[in-house]
Ligand binder design. Structure first.
Ligand code: FE2
Ligand code: FE2
Length: 165
């Protein structure tokens, strides 16, 4: 049994994941404009992944007999000062999502909602991976600095990302 309060919180989080998808698609568009196709590809996949996360919430809400109520997705930023700023904001955003997942788990534990708690565990692992990946990219960008050759190589590396990775 999932309480109304928990279902509302899960619905709100579905919106957060869809916003994440929208934010990363906006970042992809920023890189397309700069002709950094590899970076753009990485963010396209990132956006797809976030849509997938949203759909996990969608599926769970339906499975436990709730109703999905979609809300407006806020408009993301459309431009950034630098590549580093994009990734710094990506990391900050992932940390924000991690915090929200932790709060959902606390709520599930307090309400002894075991099924919801179990569903949310997958996201704990996912958030650790996401933060580590973005931190890794930031470290590389710091090493590269202003070197155009490094940026070119990084664009190729990120462009190799496939769906589901
Ligand atoms: Fe996510
Ligand atoms: Fe994420």
């Amino acid at each position: 049994m999932v309480t109304k309060k928990m279902l509302d919180a899960l619905n709100d989080h579905l919106n957060e994941e869809l916003y994440s998808s929208y934010l990363y698609l906006s970042m992809a568009s920023y890189f397309e404009e700069k002709n950094l196709k590899g970076f753009a590809q990485w963010f396209r996949i990132q956006s797809q992944e976030e849509y997938g996360h949203g759909m996990k919430f969608y599926g769970f809400i339906i499975q436990v007999g709730g109703k999905v109520t979609l809300k407006a997705i806020k408009a993301p930023k459309t431009s950034w000062k630098s590549i580093m700023e994009v990734f710094a904001e990506t990391l900050a955003h992932e940390k924000h999502i991690t915090g929200l997942i932790n709060k959902l788990i606390e709520q599930a534990m307090q309400g002894k909602e075991y099924a919801t708690n179990n569903f949310l565990q997958w996201f704990i692992t996912e958030q650790v991976e996401e933060e580590a990946t973005v931190e890794g990219i930031i470290n590389k960008l710091e090493m590269i600095g202003d070197a155009k050759s490094g940026l070119f190589m990084m664009d190729r590396e990120l462009g190799a990302r496939m769906a589901g990775q």
